[in-house]
Design a protein around this ligand. Sequence first.
Ligand code: SAM
Length: 242
Amino acid sequence: MSTVHRLFVDAPLGSGLSVVPAPPQAHYLLGVLRLKAGDTVELFNGRDGGWRAELREVTKKSAQLHCTAQSQPQEPVPDLWLLAAPLKKGRIDWLAEKACELGVARLLPVETQRTVVDRLNLDRLHAHMVEAAEQCGRTAVPTLEPLTSLAKLLKAWPAGRRLLFCDESGGAPAFAALIAAGPGPWAILIGPEGGFTDQERALLRALPDVVPVSLGPRILRADTAAAAAISLWQAALGDWRA
Ligand code: SAM
């Protein structure tokens, strides 16, 4: 059975609707995959689920993708945010890709006192998440927020959203803490390569919705810690439960 290629498009999807892919996507379909009129792809836009689409009006450089049937409903996305300090280029890309594959709903890059990276290419990060969603079968791509200071985010923290504060200096065992706290809106906070300052630690631990946890006896790289914490959350409270 030939693989059905998946494409993220920023256009409405529905029975009888057609989408004209952007030139780079058209080149990928026609030039790289060498798809022809009548071939099918799966489209998703993060809102309308997955849709089988047939290639029509194919020319050398363009085609119409005509929605024929819904292939999967829009996924229910667990209400999990990831707050992560930006990391050096390759690592933040990897972190964004894993956050998408592991089912995060929203990625909020946060500037902390020891964050060394102060510029983020949001388009590049979004492209990594789109590619991850195309590959892993998601019909949603995490919402990506602009870089914001941790202090500003905490000042306006939404009441009732628990914040799993992954603290390299120690805390409750993460999995047990998640089970004890129970389901609901959550966020995970991962610090930069330099970790959190004592001032940040005190600020966080004073907040009612914050759950300070340890991810074990070893100091993990920030990207590893993010993937580990999201996996724990999905297993304890998310959509990895049977
Ligand atoms: N420079 C810090 C140090 O040596 O203690 C390490 C920071 S670590 C590279 C980056 C982030 O990953 C931390 O701020 C924390 O959010 C998370 N992290 C890493 N290991 C952890 C652990 N064992 N428990 C909880 N969080 C951890």
